[in-house]
Design a protein around this ligand. Structure first.
Ligand code: ADP
Length: 489
């Protein structure tokens, strides 16, 4: 079924374009896919599904706009990014209900922090790129100078959880560094990024600088990352997809970053503020656990296990499953029936394998795409439920006897995205923090972010780093300019 350039979807009180956004124009498609609302599984509408011709058109638009955008320099580009940041802030009331309806993130989280963070991404990178100082030093009779050259059109592929924020997290440094962008949002939550395209028009972006292609990963996404016009690929999603994208990138020698899943350890030592630790651990059920950074393996020092469990169960019982638009809801529906079935499959296999289901373990009564907040005590550290990312409201709990065992368990999966440590000891925070193999380790807190810090994963949790100058360097070709001393006036 086709989608015309002017087709729109009514969602969250807003009318959102169902078409691509290419070269400053809405572009229809001969094919389409359906997007549903996880809240009631109602079909919201049909969205354009890009074939090779549309992908080519989008990349050519990005190529065509590149030279002028690059030539603007960081200061010239900063004005556009700051205007976009302002517009995002002014439109929180439109963006939040759309993303809430399409993806089921809690409306109050979107309104209070997630959309604001998207605006901050653009403002932060506008400032950071403009503040770049070329490194300059003398050696071997020459002046050496390190410059950033914008790399070219960038393909940005984003996942279905937090689609708006994660798309801005990637496109902000790309645009600030002077790349033009083709963004492909995930097919399970494509609509908020369509609104982002409208805001770039309002912000006065030149046509072709920012393009949105809608479509399925295995076709549109694969076609986009293998297009010869793409000079950078930034991806967040699953490990199998990263492998495929890596092969495409390698074939054309294109740098790519991949932020992938995690099976992140949440360590609780006996010297910790146990109630704070238990409250934060129960908070890992937020967003139905559909957060790659979640601490899903709770590792507790045996001497305080009983007390911790009691406090954890108290906090976990405070969760309210429900409609993400309602103030009292703390756990929203899962994104899609297929994903719910996948999560259920993990728990069923755990049960069959002899892991103990301490709480939860089933779909929630009353229908809807809900899975009960679930706690599992695995029979062994090799259990699938310990080693694989579930991406749902399913946590494991295991004990440890000392620091050495805690670190060994923490590092015992193929992943290394994040780690969380609760301890009252600075020495332990430093020792264990250093010993954990992960891109980010939080001590006595969680999800606190400074945008200038590197962000990414170790081992199967990813390649490359986003954040701060790391992202600006990624979207640039670094050049060394060397001038023979005394040879110029
Ligand atoms: P998840 O399991 O979180 O859905 P995926 O890796 O399947 O993770 O999807 C993340 C993003 O990658 C989505 O935008 C999806 O459309 C896209 N994608 C999936 N397969 C490919 C592929 N082969 N090439 C490029 N992008 C893809």
């Amino acid at each position: 079924m086709s989608v015309a350039a002017g087709d729109r979807i009514e969602v969250g009180g807003e009318s959102v374009s169902a078409a691509h956004f290419i070269g400053g124009e809405r572009v229809g498609s001969g094919e389409s896919f359906t997007t549903i609302s996880p809240i009631d599984q109602r079909e919201l509408g049909r969205v354009a599904d890009a074939g090779p011709g549309e992908v080519d058109r989008a990349v050519r638009a990005a190529e065509g706009a590149f030279d002028d955008w690059a030539a603007l320099g960081p200061d010239g580009r900063a004005g556009y990014l700051r205007r976009l940041a302002d517009l995002i802030e002014q439109n929180v009331g439109r963006l939040a209900p759309v993303e809430c309806t399409d993806m089921a993130m809690l409306l109050r989280s979107l309104e209070a922090r997630v959309i604001a963070r998207a605006a901050l991404n653009y403002r932060f990178y506008a400032d950071l790129a403009a503040a770049y100082e070329e490194r300059d030093w003398r050696s071997r009779g020459t002046w050496n100078r390190v410059q950033r050259m914008p790399a070219g059109p960038a393909a940005v592929i984003t996942p279905w959880n937090a689609p708006f924020m994660l798309s801005t997290w990637k496109t902000a440094p790309a645009l600030a560094a002077g790349c033009t962008v083709v963004l492909k949002p995930a097919e399970w939550s494509p609509l908020s990024c369509s609104l982002l395209a409208d805001l770039t028009v309002e912000a006065g972006f030149p046509p072709g600088v920012f393009n949105v292609l809608q479509g399925l990963g295995s076709t549109t996404g694969a076609e986009l990352v293998s297009h010869p016009g793409i000079r950078r690929i930034s991806f967040t999603g699953s490990v199998p997809t990263a492998r495929r994208i890596g092969v495409s990138a390698a074939e054309r020698v294109v740098p790519f970053t991949a932020e992938l899943g995690g099976k992140n350890p949440f360590l609780v030592f006996a010297d910790a503020d146990l109630d704070a630790a238990a409250a934060k651990a129960a908070g890992q059920y937020d967003d139905s656990g559909q957060v790659c950074l979640s601490g899903t393996r709770i590792l507790v020092e045996e001497s305080v296990m009983d007390e911790f469990l009691e406090r954890f169960e108290h906090h976990a019982a405070e969760h309210v499953l429900g409609d993400p638009r309602e103030e009292r809801t703390t756990v929203s529906p899962m994104i899609h029936p297929d994903h719910l079935a996948r999560v259920e499959g993990f728990v069923e296999r755990a049960r069959e394998a002899g892991d103990e289901i301490v709480t939860g373990g089933s779909r929630a009564a009353g229908g809807g795409l809900f899975f009960e907040p679930t706690l599992i005590r695995p029979a062994s550290n090799d259990s699938e439920i310990v080693q694989s990312e579930v991406f749902g409201p399913v946590l494991c709990i295991q004990g440890f006897s000392d620091e050495e065992e805690a670190v060994s368990l923490a590092n015992s999966t193929e992943y290394g995205l994040s780690g969380i440590i609760y301890t009252g000891s600075m020495g332990r925070a430093d020792r264990v923090g250093r010993a954990i193999r992960a891109g980010t380790v939080w001590v006595n807190c969680f999800l606190v972010r400074d945008l200038s810090a590197p962000f990414g994963g170790a081992r199967s949790s990813g390649i490359g780093r986003e954040g701060g100058d790391y992202a600006l360097d990624f979207y640039s070709d670094l050049k060394t300019l060397q001038i023979l001393e005394g040879s110029t006036g």
